[in-house]
Design a protein. Structure first.
Lengths: 341, 328, 278
């Protein structure tokens, strides 16, 4: 049994926008040739801002969106080559939890039924046995089983998120894509859900793909981190290594831009120039170069697309100047002041 | 120094049928010229309602309860006539919001919207207004301002739209800018840009700012003083340095410990048990006591005032007078 | 009182619509017991024709000395029955078509929508007239069938639009991620969320069908005499508009009241059920 659970190779997903009455039909490459692997039992953090393609990637892996080209192998099986029946069976093994925008739960279905449905669909349990399993799942995610008859709008954001997690767990998957699961939650609720996710992973031996834009959150949960920009993978490394010494200038600016609750940390941000470019017309060469603050930036950045190459310690980075990375200003491990200090 | 803005005992309620939601229930604070006050809290604490109350933007079924005082440069805003109030809004106290896409009129060009604000407060010609709009767009760091002024909001990115909002807010050089979660909806790198911009503009114009957010990290970088809200009240107030060095209120402490840190990895995030109570049914006594690890009988009976913790700190907590009750 | 009921009763117009519709439905249901006279009975051919409205005959009498109030009351029963059943049929067909088109997408959607466009090209009223005129012994059931079969287009477009928008919602993606098939998706997830627009379309459709049926009966090809239908009563009262205006007027008022009632109720339901206006 391979230690790699998910293998993604040269995945591309294009979207064609509707030209409208007079406009042209434009093609956007939301995911542009991404190759990545996720090991069994690992949590891979996938980080990027809006337009990076991280959400699209998550959905294509699960085949909730069809790819344009590329392959995804789950435990050795080619996900895109499966027929309907085999795909259905595969759906038991990989699941997804969404960002709660109260859109991920059917507003007309009780949350109990929402968690129950996968059990019935896959023939895992019926009738009172299913009820029992639903109650157990609720308890496992920290919800009072009395809530099974509630509708989504009667629950708080944190509770809805737990329902989403329970639903994903109902089929006993091995792999879960967590698509910004805590972004819409308050800090205190976020902490509860993150702890829950960590506990579940340990107890059930799960593998996670944790998609987020909040670097602090990802750091807390991820073993490895991959950074995406405009559809491309720009860096990936073990979490500690990435946070301590990022190699790609985009990662550096992301890290320096992330606010830390400590005024003592001298915040000289590496501020990016300009706005995120339009995904319709990505810049030539390195997609990041127009905004790149690297002092050594040169013509090669504009002319040649940097290839993702392997660095030391299993790190990957796509930058012409990765050998001379930007330092993160004022960055270093600061000890969290203990209360009463 | 006299405060620019003095809020005393502000109460704002929303009445639906029989139930009354006390969104803001006795909040008091001062704002001094040129300073940035960070107003921090999670959802349901009343911070946005408080901001809207200052500019009297609260509509039915909400109302600002009599007895509240909002004094700007000595004049009580709650007693002003509609005409005087309109002069203040935008002219002296301006506000920017979280979602620039919904705060900007989609059918007017951005230049026209800024010009409109200008002409509402000053007697100037159209050309003059346009000229100044372009100047303002340049001030907020929008490249090619002349071209951009003729564009519509949907043609601009989120970060640009927020800059336009800032330009509109600053057009009449207000003395106070209220920013309600202005960067929450933006990407982290854009957020950094906007925060830098706000700080620079503030220095340049000598403006005071109330920065509302739920993100302690953001406020650590931008605020001089911080007020933490919970349950419709301000429960802690201190200088930024003082607050982060040692938070006095258990809620603030808990918030700080619950937030995952970018510069350190905690094994397990500490959690605040329970949930925020609804504004229709605040707990008796200290609003936080049902969730507080240090609470004792006294806490459920009497509501603490904002008790002073010299030199620069105040907290609405009985631990201030009985610190030995703090559990290890 | 549930939030829905609260929202429904919030506006006076909606309450008016609700009251009108309720009164009509009750009147139609209890008509056989409420009518003072047999609607088809010719009471007194000698001296009872075209009597003015009075206490004995609140709406007067017609050419055949039949009590007009009883006829109009009974007519409500017939008109509402035809309307309810036709709308039931048309909404069922429309929902099915819209659901399949919206869910399947691609070629199926295109074909179905082109069919809809083709159907729209045929003027409905003329089609109805031709079919009903040709098909003699159509009876009430035939009428319901034909009306239902020609009115499903609106519902299908509305449903298809809603389905397309629902498909983009995360909970549908989540359901697909669970591995459920199209049938279960349509039944458990889409239909419950379509209930609101369907109910609104149906309610507004009732008003429309009543007008159509009245027009057809007026022309003599809808509900046939001696069964009283508002449309046919109006036709009967046409010639005597000057001398005995009540014959044509009262059924006319009945039609207006009914259509307005259902219209107000339909609008009110739409507002109360629309999650966006919460």
């Amino acid at each position: 049994m391979s230690s790699l659970l998910v293998e993604i190779e040269h995945l591309v997903r294009e979207f064609r926008t509707d030209g409208g009455l007079f406009g042209k039909r434009l093609t956007v490459r939301a995911v542009d040739g991404v190759s990545l692997a996720i090991g069994r039992g690992e949590t891979l953090g996938l980080v990027g801002e809006s337009g990076s393609g991280k959400t699209t990637l998550g959905r294509v892996i699960l085949r909730l969106l069809e790819p344009t080209t590329g392959t995804v192998r789950f435990d050795g099986e080619d996900v895109f080559g499966l027929d309907r029946k085999a795909l259905r069976a595969l759906r038991r093994r990989m699941q997804i939890v969404f960002q709660d925008s109260s859109g991920s739960l059917n507003p007309r279905m009780t949350v109990g039924n929402a968690v129950r449905e996968p059990l019935v669909v896959h023939g895992l349990a019926r009738g009172s046995e299913a009820d029992g399993r639903v109650a157990a799942l609720f308890r496992e995610v920290g919800l009072d089983p009395g809530y099974v008859t509630a509708y989504p709008h009667e629950l708080s954001g944190g509770q809805r998120q737990r329902v989403g997690i329970a639903r994903a767990l109902s089929v006993e998957p091995e792999f879960i894509v967590l698509d910004e699961p805590v972004s819409a939650l308050d800090v205190s609720v976020q902490a509860q859900v993150l702890n829950l996710l960590a506990d579940l992973k340990e107890r059930r031996g799960l593998t996670y793909l944790f998609i987020a834009h909040d670097l602090a959150v990802v750091r807390h949960l991820a073993d490895r981190v991959a950074v995406m920009y405009l559809g491309k993978l720009v860096e990936s490394a073990a979490a500690e290594a990435l946070y301590a010494a990022p190699l790609h200038p985009y990662t550096t600016s992301l890290l320096s831009a992330a606010p830390a609750p400590d005024p003592a940390v001298a915040r000289q941000r590496v501020v990016l120039l300009g706005d995120a470019p339009s995904p319709h017309a990505p810049p030539p060469g390195c997609v990041f170069h127009p905004r790149c603050p690297h002092p050594l930036k040169s013509d090669i950045c504009r002319d040649e697309l940097p290839v993702l190459h392997k660095g030391e310690g299993g790190r990957w980075v796509a930058c012409h100047y990765a050998h001379e990375p930007l330092p993160v200003p004022g960055h270093g491990s600061t000890s969290v002041p203990a209360p009463g200090d | 120094m006299n405060p620019l803005l003095k809020v005393r005992d502000l109460r704002t309620t929303f009445t639906i049928g029989d139930s009354v939601a006390r969104a803001v229930d006795g909040a008091s604070f001062d704002l001094f010229p040129g300073e940035t006050l960070g107003l921090v809290g999670e959802s349901g604490c009343g911070k946005t309602v408080m901001a809207l109350s200052i500019l009297r933007l609260i509509e039915d079924p909400g109302e600002i309860v009599a007895g509240s005082v909002i004094e700007y440069e000595g004049a009580n805003l709650l007693e002003l006539s509609p005409r005087e109030l309109r002069r203040i809004r935008g002219g002296e106290i301006a506000m920017i919001f979280q979602e620039p896409t919904t705060s900007l009129n989609p059918v007017l060009t951005v230049g026209a919207q800024i010009a409109e604000t200008l002409r509402a407060h000053e007697e100037i010609s159209r050309e003059e207004a346009r000229h100044r709009s372009v100047g303002l767009l340049d001030l907020v760091g929008i490249p090619d301002p002349d071209e951009r002024a003729s564009q519509y909001p949907h043609q601009l990115s989120g970060g640009m739209q927020q800059r336009v909002m800032i330009a509109m807010a600053l057009s009449c050089e207000p003395k106070i800018l209220i920013a309600d979660e202005p960067t929450t909806a933006l990407d982290v790198t854009i957020q950094a840009q906007i925060l830098e911009l706000l700080a620079a503009l503030q220095r340049q114009l000598g403006m005071a700012m109330i920065f509302i957010t739920h993100d302690l990290g953001v406020v650590a970088g931008i605020a001089d003083r911080i007020a933490v809200m919970y349950g419709g009240q301000i429960i802690e107030e201190a200088t930024t340095k003082s607050l982060f060095r040692r938070a006095a209120h258990p809620y603030t402490e808990a918030l700080l410990q619950a937030a995952p840190r970018i510069d350190a990895k905690a094994d397990r995030l500490s959690v605040i048990p329970g949930a925020v109570p609804p504004a229709t049914a605040w707990p008796a006594g200290c609003r936080f006591h049902p969730r507080c690890p240090h609470a004792w009988e006294h806490c459920s009976g009497a509501v603490p005032d904002l008790l002073p913790l010299p030199p620069e700190h105040r907290a609405r907590c009985w631990l201030v007078v009985e610190p030995h009750r703090r559990r290890a | 009182m549930s939030r829905f009921t609260q929202r429904l009763l919030a506006r006076r117009r909606t309450v008016l619509g609700l009251v009108l519709v309720s009164v009509l439905c009750v009147a139609a249901a209890l008509a056989p017991w409420l009518v003072p006279y047999d609607p088809t009975a010719q009471l007194d051919l000698a001296g009872g024709q075209y009597l003015d409205p009075s206490v004995a005959h609140p709406f007067g009498t017609d050419f055949y000395s039949r009590d007009l109030f009883s006829r109009v009351l009974y007519g409500s029963r017939i008109s509402l029955t035809v309307a309810f059943l036709s709308v039931l049929l048309s909404v069922t067909i429309g929902t099915a078509v819209g659901l399949i088109a919206g869910l399947a997408g691609g070629a199926v959607d295109t074909v179905l929508m082109r069919l809809v466009d083709a159907a729209l090209a045929i003027p409905r009223v003329f089609l109805l007239i031709v079919v009903l005129a040709l098909w003699e012994g159509v009876g009430l059931w035939g009428l319901i069938l034909i009306l239902g079969l020609t009115s499903w287009i609106d519902a299908s477009r509305i449903v298809r639009g809603e389905v397309l928008s629902l498909k983009t919602r995360d909970f549908v993606t989540a359901a697909r991620a669970t591995g459920i098939g199209a049938r279960r998706l349509a039944w458990s997830h889409l239909l419950p969320n379509l209930a609101a627009p369907i109910i609104v379309t149906a309610t507004l459709g009732i008003g429309q069908i009543i007008l159509t049926e009245a027009a057809l009966s007026y022309l003599g090809i809808g509900v046939k005499p001696p069964m009283p239908s508002w449309g046919s009563i109006i036709a009967e009262g046409q010639q005597t508009l000057g001398s005995a205006p009540w014959v044509a007027t009262f059924p006319g008022i009945a039609i207006v009241v009914t259509v307005v009632g259902f219209g107000l109720l339909g609008d009110g339901l739409r507002d109360a059920l629309d999650p966006r206006t919460r």
